[in-house]
Write a protein that binds this ligand. Structure first.
Ligand code: CA
Length: 433
């Protein structure tokens, strides 16, 4: 077959487009510093592509000095070796024009519901077109870090069309993290019969640290995360079992404490509490294989954490922390471990500011199966954590150096990963093939 000028122009255009679509693999643009080859004279094994192979161990992705001289409780709890995705994947702008979005959830047909902090919710089609504001959502307090925050779609949505969302709610004593529910109208333009089902007490005059992520527990109950409200006045409430601040909660779809919660029969204790001692939990995800809840929380100056959540356990804030006060002084007595308090599976110092996260369960990029992906706000990248036997064994940074703060991550219905950026003019990236 002869190539005409037309063919050559077409091929040229395709090549140009191909390079315009952000393309990334092990051999181009990797931000991960490569370890020096310990045996430079040995020929490379062409089949040796296992990222966990010790011969290919890479330096940790974090290269900045920590804020503290604290030591990890176990090897690999921080600054694990770097890994690099071998698959050549593509990143495309899937949807755009979002205003301060916060949370995403997908409907059974793959369309994505996305919240915007001012109090709006929109449906994004499977081709990425952003719908108009869905009406019927009660007012939210959107100052500071507040607003309409996370969204969850009922596991039985096809039958009941129910949607749940978290938000910061105004009250007589200040604001509180709250959860509401309503029915998505048949026309998909409104939420019908919206009602608040849960309010995390006490209210407090602060517009920060609402936590506020939602996740299904596999039994039809909702996990709800809260924060410590970012004040030394309320911080200690994270350890108090009569307050819903600094907690992971587990409630029914009517807002009642879920049965089987760890403190159901104790006096003076909120029976919706599932775990406690958290600072500001903006990431919740259930492991696709074990069914266990994993969590990420924002630390102070240093000490962002990933935790595996066990019912009734104390995750230590503010008694133990791998970070410092913003002023640079120690938190409390400056300890990182205490009997009866859980250690994070992984921590960062300096912080990356982990927000929404999800496990990858898609079939497009098999090497990512059951890896945990987190949106990093101040870190301005997507964290990929490879996990084996409940320990992190590798860390990678995706989309680093492009200046995006990532607010939420969604394991998409189509096998791709969706990443939501933060702020005005925000977009959803689709990461797939
Ligand atoms: Ca902790």
């Amino acid at each position: 077959m002869k190539f005409s000028v037309k063919h050559i122009v077409l091929i040229g255009l395709c090549l140009l487009l191909g390079t315009m679509i952000y393309s990334c693999g092990s051999d181009n643009g990797s931000p991960v510093p490569e370890a020096e080859d310990p045996n430079p004279n040995e020929p490379e094994d062409p089949n040796d592509d296992d990222p966990m192979d010790p011969d290919e161990t890479q330096d940790p992705v974090e290269t900045n000095d920590p804020n503290t001289d604290y030591s990890p409780a176990f090897e690999g709890q921080t600054r694990i070796n770097g890994v690099t995705t071998e698959t050549t994947y593509t990143v495309t702008v899937f949807a755009s024009g979002l205003s301060n979005p916060w949370g995403m959830a997908h409907l059974p047909d793959g369309r994505i519901l996305v919240t915007e902090r001012a109090g709006t919710m929109r449906l994004v089609s499977t081709s990425g077109s952003v719908g108009s504001q869905i009406t019927g959502i009660p007012a939210v307090n959107s100052s500071g870090q507040g607003g309409l925050l996370d969204v969850a779609v009922d596991p039985n949505f096809q039958e009941n069309r129910m949607i749940y969302w978290s938000f910061s709610q105004d009250g007589a004593g200040g604001t509180a993290t709250a959860v509401a529910k309503g029915r998505l109208s048949d026309s998909e333009t409104a939420i019908e019969e919206a009602e608040v089902i849960y309010t995390a007490i006490p209210e407090f005059e602060s517009t920060a640290h609402y936590g506020s992520r939602l996740a299904w527990d596999g039994e039809g109950n909702l996990f709800v995360s809260t924060g410590d409200r970012s004040s030394t006045v309320t911080r200690g409430e994270a350890q108090e079992l009569d307050a819903a601040l600094g907690k992971v909660l587990r409630i029914t779809t009517d807002g009642a404490p879920a049965s089987g919660n760890p403190f159901t029969d104790e006096n003076g204790v909120l029976p919706e509490i599932y775990s406690y001692g958290h600072r500001n939990v903006q990431g919740l995800a259930v492991h696709p294989v074990t069914g266990e809840l994993w969590e990420s929380e924002l630390g102070p100056r240093g000490g962002d954490e990933v935790n595996r959540i066990e019912a009734g356990a104390d995750y230590g804030w503010p008694t133990i922390s791998y970070g410092l006060e913003y002023s640079g002084v120690a938190i409390g007595s400056g300890i990182t471990q205490q009997n009866g308090m859980e250690q994070p599976v992984y921590y960062w110092d300096p912080v990356v500011s982990p927000s929404g996260m999800d496990f990858y369960s898609g079939n497009l990029i098999p090497e990512w199966t059951n890896n945990l992906f987190l949106g990093a706000l101040s870190g301005q990248h997507i964290v990929r954590l490879v996990i084996e036997d409940d320990r992190v064994v590798g860390e990678e940074r995706l989309m680093e150096g492009e200046g995006h703060r990532f607010r939420d991550i969604l394991d998409g219905a189509d096998g791709a990963l969706y990443a939501l950026t933060d702020g005005g003019g925000a977009v959803i990236y689709r990461i797939g093939l």
